[in-house]
Design a protein around this ligand. Structure first.
Ligand SMILES: [Zn+2]
Length: 463
């Protein structure tokens, strides 16, 4: 039994309310997680409405049954009025369907007030369905019911009220909506390609550095809120997964169920605080930087969770170095440098990587906010450093050792070939977002350089 069960949202919302009255409660009506649970779909639908199935053209199986066809037949047999919108990968310019404004608009244009949307897919399809119905509601004031049928344990999209959309080659997070129901059939999820499961597992590892980043950001006055409730939603399941990762390789139903629930809770953990801070820190900005560099080079993006997992190992080893620093070193090395000088470095370095001047301008705007907060908080930051011996212990309690994370990734056989441009991502990620992470602290300590990267890299690739 775990502390927070996403399949019992009534109790979960009560628990959240008791722990912290400022949290947003979860506005999902129900989440179903079990083998064979897809059969429950008709019971949450309304015969007076038109059902719009939204999916891509990749066949998905549970046992020998192709479930997109199976669901269609099941609803037709029960006399529902069913139409489908299928996104074809071959029709997309780069051979891959993306959640972007075009795909969102295509679905939005087919909706009317009598529609119920049922999405069958993983992150991309879920985000398209969430955002199309969200925008429809914004424009027409009519809320369309949305049922999400999860097909893989890749991402946290199923239960979050944000959507990740591609704009000008860059993925950004936008406020969106919760689904009304989530149906997570372990028979389907277990049969998804294993690299998707590895990616979902890898994305969750981010929590072991991002939480310390959140704490740092809060202490250095970059963020105004910090709470450990989202961490409580994840910790007991993550501990189980880290120690039982090999169960996924063996197709163990129990391990798959815990991974599914952990990813569902991860989506919830961000939504209740309205920020991605619980599972997004330095490792995610590194991953976003890599995505941007790959887009410029016209390379296909790597699976999000796989890339995040690799970046998490880097960030975790970097934390070990950070936590080895002594208070006098911090006191004498901390800087509040001139922004103009930093901006010149940003312009030069990103231009050399092929970033457009517009993209650089956007970064400079975001960075300015972070830099202003840093300079404004000078006194608070000095106070924080004075208490370094105590604060260090606190940070230590929020991170996991690099070796331990690496071991878990080894246990699920995740391929952590170091992506090209990793050093650039490691040393430049902090420039692309306004949120503060450990990378910023390294930077203001004059430590975010090749030397640190090489020391960390040695440990990442070391036996
Ligand atoms: Zn992620």
């Amino acid at each position: 039994m775990y502390t927070f069960d996403p399949t019992n949202l009534t109790d979960l919302n009560v628990q959240l309310g008791e722990l912290d009255g400022t949290l947003q409660l979860v506005a999902i009506r129900n989440i179903y997680v079990a083998s064979g649970i897809r059969k429950t779909l008709p019971s949450v639908l309304d015969k007076k409405r038109k059902i719009m199935l939204v999916m891509d053209d990749t066949p998905i199986y549970a046992g020998k049954s192709e479930i997109k066809q199976e669901i269609k037949t099941m609803l037709n047999d029960k006399n529902f009025d069913v139409t489908s919108l299928v996104y074809h990968h071959d029709n997309a310019p780069d051979g891959m369907v993306h959640a972007d404004w075009k795909t969102v608009e295509r679905l939005q244009g087919k909706l009317d007030e009598k529609t119920i949307v049922v999405s069958i897919g993983s992150g991309t399809i879920t985000d398209i369905a969430k955002h199309a119905t969200y925008r429809y509601a914004q424009e027409s004031n009519v809320k369309i019911p949305l049922i999400v049928v999860q097909t893989a344990n890749t991402v946290t999209a199923y239960t979050s009220n944000i959507a990740v959309l591609l704009k000008d080659g860059v993925k950004r997070t936008y406020p969106s909506r919760y689904p009304d129901y989530v149906i997570s059939d372990i028979d389907i999820i277990k049969q998804a390609p294993f690299e998707l499961t590895q990616a979902g597992f890898g994305d969750l590892m981010a929590r072991y550095v991002s939480y310390a980043d959140w704490y740092l950001g809060y202490k250095c006055k970059n963020l105004s809120k910090y709470t450990e409730v989202p961490k409580m939603l994840l910790d007991d399941m993550l501990e189980y997964l880290v120690h039982n990762a090999s169960g996924l390789k063996k197709g163990n139903v129990e391990t798959y169920t815990v991974l599914t629930k952990a990813l569902l809770n991860a989506g919830i953990s961000m939504s209740i605080v309205g920020m991605s801070t619980p599972i997004s820190g330095f490792e995610h900005v590194m991953s976003h930087t890599l995505d941007m560099v790959r887009a410029i080079q016209h390379k296909k993006p790597l699976l999000h969770g796989t890339q995040v997992a690799i970046a998490t190992v880097f960030a975790a080893y970097a934390y070990e170095e950070l936590l080895s620093y002594k208070e006098p070193f911090l006191r004498s090395s901390i800087t509040f440098p001139d922004r103009k000088k930093i901006e010149k470095t940003m312009r030069d370095d990103f231009k050399q990587q092929g970033f457009s001047s517009n993209a650089i301008k956007e970064m400079l705007n975001d960075y300015r906010i972070k830099h202003e907060r840093w300079v404004d908080a000078e006194r608070t930051i000095h106070e924080f450093i004075k208490l370094w011996d105590v604060e260090k212990k606190k940070l230590q309690s929020l991170v996991k050792k690099g070796d331990e994370i690496k071991q878990a990734l080894d246990d699920i056989g995740l391929d952590y070939t170091i992506p090209d441009d990793m050093e650039f991502a490691f040393t430049h990620a902090h420039f692309i977002r306004k949120r503060f992470t450990s990378a910023d602290l390294f930077f203001f300590l004059n430590k975010l350089n090749s030397g640190l990267y090489k020391r960390v890299l040695e440990r990442v690739v070391g036996e």
